[in-house]
Design a protein around this ligand. Structure first.
Ligand SMILES: Nc1nc2c(ncn2[C@@H]2O[C@H](COP(=O)(O)OP(=O)(O)OP(=O)(O)O)[C@@H](O)[C@H]2O)c(=O)[nH]1
Length: 286
């Protein structure tokens, strides 16, 4: 399956992030907890080399808890600060603030030693489309946040939101174009909602998802769609799901488009349970 993507978008998105970095103390790299590898932009590593950074695994409510723990361990082992988040209810927000404070301890001490005032910690969120950036901005800025307006020397469009004591947030998140030279990555991004509909074939995507689910969560697949059996014949399996859900066209043919969209939607909504599509590389779990 070919999923369209546009390298030009990626270059533009990276440039925008880069232009803002000088203003920022701590970058929050927001990933989808269900696909922590595929939702990362590998070029960002280079860009953030000298930056304080936190990885936030968002949508943890949709991901397998045990695997989210393993992912946290994986990033911690690499010396990266990490938190698991649910940006719908704000779980993990406290930890984000605590981690940002920790990362800035030395800088703040340095300022104090020079007799200078503690500085407000400036945050920016970056992440691929639909990963929850706006939702997280809402959560971070919920209590008593005010927009502080333009800062001198900063592009007019950029606004700062004053968060709780000692923190400011750039109100425009950095959108990163996902990178998917590998088809597999594109497929997972599309399944998790990072790629706009219309850029992929829903039917083929649903087959791919059913194939993955047979591997990682066969019982949940059977239970959700009331299947009596599983088979490597995905085409057949999707037809059976269609029959169970009444997705029939005239003449009793399966409406494959409709059933495909049901399967994709129910996965995205977490109706099949909390599922993670990627495991941390083995060597990190020693
Ligand atoms: N279940 C769940 N859904 C979430 C979470 N965070 C965000 N969402 C949902 O994910 C979708 C995308 O959230 P947004 O905050 O708009 O994502 P964004 O990264 O700003 O998206 P773009 O504007 O496309 O870049 C919305 O439907 C949110 O309700 C979360 O932690 N859990």
């Amino acid at each position: 399956m070919t999923i369209q993507w546009y390298p030009g978008h990626m270059a533009k998105a990276m440039k925008k992030v880069k232009n803002r970095l000088d203003l920022i103390d701590v970058v929050i790299e927001l990933l989808d907890a269900r696909i922590p590898i595929s939702s990362r932009n590998p070029d960002l590593d280079q860009l953030l080399e000298d930056k304080r950074r936190i990885i936030a695994l968002n949508k943890k409510d949709l991901a397998n808890q045990g695997l989210t723990n393993q992912w946290q361990e994986y990033f911690s082992n690499q010396g990266i600060s990490v938190a698991a988040m649910n940006s719908l209810n704000g779980k993990g927000v406290k930890k984000l603030f605590a981690l940002a404070n920790q990362l800035m301890v030395d800088k703040q001490k340095e300022l104090a030693a020079q007799g200078r005032k503690r500085k407000d910690i400036r945050l920016m969120i970056v992440g691929i489309p639909n990963v929850g950036k706006s939702q997280l901005i809402n959560q971070l800025s919920q209590k008593g946040a005010t927009r502080t307006g333009n800062k001198p020397g900063v592009t007019k469009a950029q606004q700062w939101i004053k968060l709780k004591e000692g923190f400011e947030l750039l109100d425009t998140p950095g959108v990163l174009w996902p990178k998917f030279e590998e088809q597999e990555v594109g497929v997972k991004l599309a399944i998790c909602g990072a790629i706009k509909e219309g850029n992929f074939d829903s039917e083929l995507l649903a087959y791919k998802l059913v194939e993955m689910l047979q591997d990682i969560a066969p019982d949940k697949l059977k239970e959700r769609f009331k299947l009596d059996y599983l088979t490597s014949d995905t085409y057949q399996l999707v037809a059976d799901i269609g029959r169970k859900r009444g997705c029939l066209q005239s003449g009793g043919r399966i409406d494959r488009d409709r059933v495909s969209n049901i399967i994709l939607r129910e996965f995205k909504e977490g109706k099949l349970g909390r599922l993670t599509l990627e495991r941390p590389p083995k060597e990190a779990n020693k």
